[in-house]
Write a protein that binds this ligand. Structure first.
Ligand SMILES: *Cc1c(COP(=O)(O)O)cnc(C)c1O
Length: 495
């Protein structure tokens, strides 16, 4: 069966998976969604005998139905290889009664690697399948982690260029260092004077700029997106929810069919949406616990049915979740509106004109699988310290938001369902915040001194991604006003 994809904003013609991957965003500004969510065609018991790569094939083949078996296996094998520092790719670690699903064992030690290791290969394959002759220019706005993971994924991939915009003062020092030291003749990194939403808005405008598209085409270029709106990002993220359930089953930690909860530290709503897809494919998941930091738009949304971005933007110690417009939520809105593109488009128009919208009671009912809450900066730090003191396990600030929210949920509901917490970054990526949470005395130490101290404290070897940047030279130093993003892109491309 051939699964097609439709835009969330109009009933324009459906496209194939490879076309959706190539385009990123639909022409009408909507996001691509599969016409229906496929069901797993292997039992969980069968899946529990499979490697990560085999599981990835079983899940992704159901979404990317116009890829041949050989094409898809080739993409998977190129993505999930020695770039990861563990053969299991996504290990589960038990601590204080929960399982931490460590999604940070790839090249840049954050969960974005899970999808961005494979996206370049899906994209190149999609281009070939659709006879695209232009060079593909990846344009990305990042709140920190996507940028580096996309740069690492695309660096020196033939037939591509990648341009990354990040908020100059909105990412951690280590995140910034990771990006500005990126090698590869096809990579460009730009700091903008603005926040992540400004960067994202600027990128979206360029994607929608017909005039620019024409100029690019005559120069032999076309844009594509590596942002989490690309279906080629979302689909690979479904894999680890299937895989982690199957692993728990294999290890006898749960019984076949036993429901588990999943807690996800959320920003753009991509990771938790992947868990929702996994649930709808047949993974026994009960609650999807959506954890926010002090930018708690999503918590308010699940509480009231009103999405309202009109509020102060807070810079927190979990910068990858400092987001007021969660782009991927649009897919859930569309699905719960009964795949009604007009209704969704109307809500999105409200969001862009008034900064808010309200969903119907019927739609809220269909979202009852979700539970939203948030953790303050203080609660986040306290969660890191408490888990470390109790178990010796050190988690990063994003994961800590999830852990804190998971505890709130348990207290509030007395639900004792076993829980997986998506662990989205290595603590080594946010060393200063993590160490300060454990003890304020660490604030006096230098960045790399802290890295060594964290290694000693946690008994975890310093990851390669950190070792590398200790001495790496800065290769990118462009900074621009948010209004000048387009001219910077044109200069890079020589048009
Ligand atoms: C991107 C990111 C998140 C948020 O994930 P979304 O899919 O955008 O909701 C959480 N934690 C870390 C470390 C991230 O990099």
């Amino acid at each position: 069966m051939n699964l097609l994809y439709r835009s969330t904003r109009s009933s324009a013609e459906a496209v194939t998976a490879s076309q959706a991957i190539l385009k990123g965003l639909a022409d009408d500004g909507g996001l691509y969604v599969p016409e229906s969510l496929p069901k797993l065609d292997k039992s969980l018991a069968e899946l529990s005998e499979m490697t990560y790569q085999e599981t990835a094939y079983e899940v992704m083949k159901l979404f990317l139905t116009d890829f041949t078996q050989e094409e898809l296996r080739d993409c998977i094998n190129k993505a999930y290889d020695g770039k990861f520092d563990t053969e299991v790719i996504a290990p589960l670690v038990e601590a204080d009664g929960n399982w931490y699903l460590e999604l940070f064992h790839g090249a840049t030690i954050a969960f974005k690697d899970m999808a961005l290791s494979i996206l370049p290969h899906l994209l190149i394959t999609s281009a070939k399948k659709n006879n695209v002759k232009n060079e593909i220019v990846i344009l990305t706005a990042t709140s920190g982690d996507t940028g580096k993971a996309a740069l690492a994924g695309f660096a020196d991939v033939e037939g591509t260029k990648i341009i990354v915009f990040y908020p100059k003062h909105g990412v951690s020092p280590i995140q910034e260092k990771q990006m500005v030291t990126q090698k590869g003749g096809n990579t460009f990194v730009v700091g903008i004077k603005g926040n992540f939403d400004d960067a994202q808005t600027g990128v979206k405008q360029m994607f929608g700029d017909r005039e620019l598209a024409k100029q690019m085409d005559s120069a032999g270029f076309q844009f594509s997106s590596a942002n989490s709106i690309n279906i080629g990002r979302l689909v690979p993220q479904v894999v680890y929810y299937v895989y982690s359930y199957a692993r728990l089953l294999k290890e006898g930690k749960i019984s076949d069919g036993e429901k588990i909860n999943v807690t996800v530290p959320t920003g753009n709503f991509g990771n938790i949406l992947a868990a929702y897809f996994a649930k709808n494919m047949g993974v026994p998941i009960a609650k999807l616990i959506c954890a926010s930091n002090e930018n708690k738009v999503l918590y308010d949304f699940f509480e009231t049915g009103v999405y309202d971005r009109n509020r102060e933007f807070v810079l927190t110690s979990s910068p990858s979740m400092d987001i007021l417009i969660s782009s991927n939520l649009e897919r859930l809105i569309y699905i719960t509106a009964g795949a009604d593109a007009d209704k969704n488009a109307e809500l999105m128009r409200r969001l862009s004109s008034e900064g808010k919208y309200e969903i119907t009671a019927g739609m809220r009912d269909k979202m009852s699988d979700f539970y939203g809450n948030y953790a303050s900066e203080q609660e986040t730090a306290a969660a890191i310290k408490a888990l470390y003191e109790k178990t010796g396990y050190v988690m990063d600030t994003h994961t800590a938001v999830a852990a804190a929210v998971c505890n709130k949920y348990k207290k509030e509901t007395n639900d004792s369902t076993k829980t997986i917490i998506a662990s989205t970054a290595s603590p080594f990526k946010f060393t200063r915040s993590v160490m300060n949470a454990i003890d304020a005395k660490y604030d006096k130490m230098g960045d790399f001194e802290l890295v060594d101290e964290l290694s000693r404290l946690s008994g975890v070897k310093v990851p390669n991604a950190i070792e590398e940047i200790r001495t790496a030279p800065v290769l990118h130093d462009t900074v621009c006003d948010k209004e000048d993003m387009k001219s910077v892109v044109m200069r890079f491309l020589g048009i």
